[in-house]
Design a protein around this ligand. Structure first.
Ligand SMILES: C[S@@+](CC[C@H](N)C(=O)[O-])C[C@H]1O[C@@H](n2cnc3c(N)ncnc32)[C@H](O)[C@@H]1O
Length: 215
């Protein structure tokens, strides 16, 4: 059971898909790990429990950082928490592994919420407000032979992510996929997604993927 302060994203299918890849690929033991957009710190904690050499957890939300730090301490792990807009606060550092489950849900407009739990999912009209920045920013903090594991929905352009990461000189593949029913946020946006041609009429599921990019 993870502690979760109200307003912090509860771990969901995207979290578990990425956590599973993290465990199966054995990328954390002995490595320096950055968890970008940490929320409850669940992925940072997984990395620490797997034997990471060091773990840094970044979020814009103070509540998330208190939650993440506490969840690690309650299990006898230390993670460094850093309030930061994506990689801005760790620029100049290098990590062996960067994991991220960022906001990626297409929204009504391009205005990003600056408070509240919607900050955990709203990502502008195309769902790429954070993804595009991660595709450019994460490679800057990846060490030699470093790996990025990035979760997103197929609704927000998997090919664009792959292309952008390849343009940064990384080798890219999709290492996990799952189809899940729309949760309440997506169900409420079905008409919007249909009107934009993002989903087929009557569609009630989305595909989640984990993209791996290796330097
Ligand atoms: C989908 S949640 C993921 C939380 C957790 N990693 C998980 O998988 O359960 C996205 C997180 O990104 C954070 N976030 C949103 N915008 C951010 C930004 N510009 N920089 C850093 N974190 C951000 C939110 O506060 C939220 O905690």
């Amino acid at each position: 059971m993870l502690l979760r302060i109200p307003g912090v994203y509860p771990p969901q299918e995207d979290t578990w898909l990425l956590a599973d890849v993290l465990d199966r690929h054995g990328l954390a033991p002995g490595r320096s790990v950055l968890d970008l957009c940490t929320g409850t710190g669940v992925l940072a904690l997984r990395a620490a429990q797997a034997g990471a050499h060091s773990v840094t957890a970044v979020d814009v939300s103070r509540r998330a950082l208190v939650t993440a730090w506490t969840n690690a301490r309650l299990r006898g792990h230390h993670i460094r928490v850093q309030r930061s807009d994506l990689v801005a606060g760790v620029r100049g550092e290098r990590f062996d592994l960067v994991v991220s489950n960022p906001p990626y849900v297409p929204a009504a407009d391009d205005e990003l919420p600056d408070t509240g739990i919607a900050r955990a999912w709203d990502a502008g009209k195309d769902g790429r407000a954070l993804l595009d920045r991660i595709c450019v920013g994460a490679p800057e903090v990846l060490g030699e032979r470093g790996t990025l594991l990035l979760a997103q929905s197929a609704l927000s352009g998997v090919e664009k992510t792959q292309t952008m990461l390849e343009e940064q000189g990384l080798s890219v593949d999709v290492v996990a996929r799952t189809e899940i029913p729309f949760g309440p946020v997506l169900a409420a946006r079905r008409a919007l997604f249909e009107s934009r041609g993002l989903i087929a009429p009557g569609q009630r599921t989305e595909e989640l993927v984990v993209i791996r990019a290796v330097r």
